[in-house]
Design a protein around this ligand. Structure first.
Ligand SMILES: *[C@@H]1O[C@H](CO)[C@@H](O)[C@H](O)[C@H]1NC(C)=O
Length: 328
């Protein structure tokens, strides 16, 4: 009895000592981590590694250094307002072209809203040009009609229901500037060789899952991609009319046709850029059944139109903003 009551305070003391040591070690660790974080955030400032606003302004100083937004829309004026309002805040945008294929012209209220938005977001006396590209007939080929008086080489083709942060867009634009002959985009797809015996020389359209699983792709979809404006002319005037007719009739695959055009001219694969996509509408064509078979049919039909030659080139490159990579 006596012995244990004597020993207890000793034990408690030892325990206290251990607790204090652990606390000190903990505190030290925290200090080191904090110091590291502080250093990491301040290092670039201390070393003079900052890119200032002047440099950013200079980057987009002439129209040729900026890009045009080519937006496809169809009877969703709220989405259109939302996405145009967003894109007018991006530094590199020179002009916005809305592909209009509805039977009625855009309502006055819509036009007024968009013009007001553009005015409000113009800076340094530079106003973004806003134009409706009017079409009489409703065809998916409208999306790639040649644009008159275009000031930029770069076009960002985008659907009205997807939004990218300006920083993401500007990163993709610099990728395109490094590879302006090809398509640079956010939605990769693949053509796989059909392994079935009776389907010799045929292809299967590979959706998101197959690209995710293999990291391999050969197209980026024009629902969100940069490409050179010259490809609009080639699509409209030099691509076989049979392909345009097929697209029109089947109301599908204008994006695959454009991928074929760019690949056939450039001989190069597209570039997939990492970026977050914010979808503001709900449900696209890809949620419909039988989508994959229809897309495979497009690929195989277009290959025939190209004389049996598959122009698409596969790639496994993914462009990532190195500022967002923690480890080199
Ligand atoms: C593909 O490119 C080749 C060589 O540049 C050209 O001769 C051919 O017409 C192009 N094919 C199509 C279908 O545009």
């Amino acid at each position: 009895m006596r012995g244990s009551s004597l020993r207890r305070p000793v034990m408690i003391q030892r325990l206290r000592q251990i607790a204090v040591t652990i606390k000190i070690k903990h505190l030290l660790c925290c200090c080191i981590v904090l110091a590291f974080v502080l250093f990491a955030t301040r290092a670039s400032n201390l070393m003079g590694w900052t890119s200032d606003d002047d440099a950013t302004a200079l980057r987009y100083s002439t129209p040729r250094k900026r890009y045009a937004i080519l937006m496809n829309t169809w009877k969703r004026h709220d989405l259109l307002k939302q996405s145009i309002s967003h894109y007018t805040t991006c530094m590199g945008v020179e002009s916005i072209h809305i592909v209009w294929s509805e039977p009625d012209p855009p309502p006055d209220s819509l036009v007024a809203f968009l013009q007001r938005t553009v005015k409000e977001n113009s800076r340094n006396d530079r106003e973004i040009k806003l134009r409706f590209e009017m079409n009489k007939e409703d065809s998916l080929n409208n999306r790639f009609k040649e644009i008159k008086n275009l000031n930029t080489d770069a076009i960002f083709s985008v659907d009205d229901d997807v939004i990218f942060a300006c920083s993401t867009l500007e990163f993709a634009f610099t990728v395109w500037q490094s590879a302006s002959e090809t398509m640079v985009g956010f939605v990769p797809r693949m053509h796989w060789i059909d392994q079935a015996q009776e389907e010799m020389g045929k292809y299967i359209y590979g959706g998101w899952w197959s690209v995710w699983w293999t990291g391999t792709y050969s197209m980026v979809l024009s629902k969100a991609a940069f490409f050179h404006s010259k490809y609009l002319g080639i699509y409209t005037h030099h691509m076989p009319a049979s392909i345009r007719n097929y697209v029109s009739k089947n109301r599908n695959c204008e994006d695959i046709a454009m991928s074929f055009v760019v690949a056939n001219v450039s001989g190069a694969p597209p570039v997939w850029v990492k970026g977050r996509i914010y979808e503001i509408g709900s449900g696209g064509i890809s949620s419909l059944g039988g989508h994959s078979e229809r897309r495979s049919k497009c690929v195989n039909t277009f290959v025939e139109e190209y004389g049996g030659m598959m122009p698409l080139v596969r790639s496994t490159v993914k462009a990532v903003d190195s500022r967002h990579l923690w480890f080199w």
